[in-house]
Design a protein around this ligand. Structure first.
Ligand SMILES: [Zn+2]
Length: 281
């Protein structure tokens, strides 16, 4: 197999299957597991992302993140296999928008833990998961799936999760099923928040998958200028979030820049790789 390019994470327009086991043969996967490869898996969702971003935004972004992580791990001598992205999840906030596909948490927990158990049966010993979607119910389901898979298989499953989300869910930072990480907050200075399909997510999409961004729509979108009280209301989901953000985005998408998105993914990947290296050692 061709050695991965160290610049692979910086290429644009890559399919979410790029660098995953979906592009490998079973013999190549078997050999990597034999060499002790760890598995990386992203937990996305199909969800509305405003008038300018595709519904798979939460699948594209963590896929770019995992490709960057895999390349950095390879530099440290740690081989990783990326599992094709998970993309049916729990949607509360965007639940009443079209194309925000909802599955029950228990279905997601069973499916995620079954896939990890299957990988464990193939000999994978460690599975690290990242989320692409900030809905509380979705991330709680990821966490519960890690616990279930670790109890029911020979693999150790670990949820690499932003500290702010763990705090929101009431999960201890020392919990063995999570690996907390912290990067500089993606918030602009000032009273207004950038939460969903705003500057940050749009920047990352412009940085890695500009071919699916509707730039003509993006440039005409006015900032939502919403603060923490609006966020609390928005998080109630369903009709409440449609009232707070009728167009679906929460933030300032027109301020997005590809370079900022690429820099953000690079610094996140660096922080996460440090954590994985400690765990694997
Ligand atoms: Zn998103």
């Amino acid at each position: 197999m061709k050695a991965p390019s160290p610049f692979v994470s910086l290429e644009q327009g890559q399919s979410v299957f790029k660098d995953t086991i979906a592009e490998m043969t079973y013999l190549e996967v078997e050999a990597a597991i034999g060499r002790g490869a760890i598995a990386l898996w992203s937990m996305g969702v199909i969800e509305q992302h405003g008038p300018h971003l595709p519904t798979a935004t939460d699948v594209y972004i963590p896929s770019a993140r995992l490709r960057a992580i895999k390349a950095l791990l390879a530099d440290s001598g740690i081989e990783a296999l990326i599992v094709p992205p998970f993309y049916w999840g729990v949607n509360v906030v965007s639940a009443n928008f079209p194309a925000s596909i909802k599955v029950r948490a228990e279905v997601m927990i069973d499916l995620v833990s079954d896939v990890i158990k299957s990988l464990a049966g193939d000999g994978v010993r460690r599975v690290f998961c990242v989320s692409g979607h900030n809905d509380g119910g979705h991330n709680e389901a990821v966490y519960r799936a890690m616990r279930k898979a670790t109890v029911e298989s020979s693999a150790q499953a670990c949820f690499i999760c932003d500290e702010a989300i763990l705090r929101r869910l009431g999960i201890e930072m020392s919990d063995p099923h999570v690996m907390p990480f912290c990067v500089a907050p993606n918030q602009p200075p000032g009273p207004f928040l950038d939460i969903h399909a705003g500057e940050w997510e749009t920047s990352v999409m412009l940085g890695f998958n500009p071919e699916v961004v509707r730039e003509d729509r993006m440039t005409g979108l006015v900032p939502t200028n919403l603060g923490p009280d609006d966020l609390a209301e928005w998080r109630k989901g369903f009709d409440a979030s449609r009232r707070v953000t009728p167009l679906g985005y929460f933030g300032d998408p027109a301020a997005a820049h590809a370079a900022r998105g690429r820099a953000s993914i690079a610094s996140e990947a660096k922080a996460i790789v440090q954590g994985i290296r400690q765990r694997v050692a």
